[in-house]
Design a protein around this ligand. Structure first.
Ligand code: PGA
Length: 257
């Protein structure tokens, strides 16, 4: 069984002292697990102070976004180059960025390229809206998101990355309908098939494919049991240290079976 990954997406929550306190509580609760990788994606503002505070035996850091140019006159932006020493991963193409900040397939693809060019591992988010699902377009949408985002990458770059399936309708901020493990399992399998078609068996085997959408300490077990599921991306529940530590504990328990 592959090592599971559990990622906390703190979104635009927590100022510097609140973020530091939450990390402190998580460090108290979460033990060093060799079988589970735990990643924290705080706001850009606190990546630097948390990088000093963080216990690297327990956690890795991720950024929630970055700009695809390495440097220049782009007021307000932070580049992947600037994140090189700070973040192990960057979340790219989250549905909130696609919807609220008009990030289209082209922008997401440029960000994935910039990410790997700078030696950072992308966590690419894909997923259909409720409307697209109703119209029977989910597979086409996910195919297009993967196909465009991965174009131009080498097989080894693809093998190392993470794809997070996050159906927009299941994300807590967009309605948070509960997806069943069976529904999720079918899509994760479809995603792995897409990777196999584009980059071959080895890449499809190695790439990590995870699930996100209203995951909490109660529901995580069902998702982690899906054969194709290498981990979870957690939003809302990651802001609660008891719930998030519970999610990590469950991933650890499952690694023992
Ligand atoms: P949620 O968010 O767990 O609050 O649904 C997941 C995400 O948006 O990554």
């Amino acid at each position: 069984m592959s090592k599971k990954i559990v990622i906390a997406n703190w979104k635009m929550h927590l100022n510097a002292s609140q973020a530091s306190l939450l990390l402190h509580r998580l460090q108290e609760r979460i033990r060093i697990h060799r079988e589970v990788e735990v990643v924290i994606a705080p706001s850009m503002l606190v990546l630097q102070p948390l990088s000093v505070q963080i216990d690297r035996r327990k956690f890795r850091l991720a950024a929630q976004n970055a700009y695809h140019q390495d440097k220049g006159a782009f007021t307000g932006e932070v580049s992947f180059t600037m994140l090189q020493d700070l973040a192990h991963y960057v979340i790219i193409g989250h549905s909130e960025r696609r919807i609220y900040f008009n990030e289209n397939l082209d922008i997401v693809s440029k960000k994935v390229s910039a990410c790997v060019r700078n030696g950072i591992t992308p966590i690419l988010c894909v997923g259909e809206t409720k409307q697209e699902r109703k119209l029977g377009e989910a597979k086409r949408v996910i195919h297009d998101q993967i196909y465009t985002a991965l174009s131009g990458l080498t097989t080894s770059e693809v093998s190392n990355m993470i794809i997070a399936y996050e159906p927009v309708w299941a994300i807590s901020t967009f309605g948070g309908e509960v997806a069943t493990p069976a529904q999720v399992g079918r899509v994760l399998e479809f995603i792995r098939m897409q990777v196999e078609e584009l980059y071959g068996k080895q890449a499809a085997k190695k790439i990590r494919i995870i699930y996100g959408g209203s995951v909490d300490d109660k529901t995580v077990g069902g998702f982690l049991q899906i054969e194709q599921c290498d981990g979870v991306l957690v939003g809302n529940a990651s802001l609660n240290y008891i719930k998030f530590a519970g999610i990590v504990d469950e991933a650890y328990r499952q690694s023992l079976v």
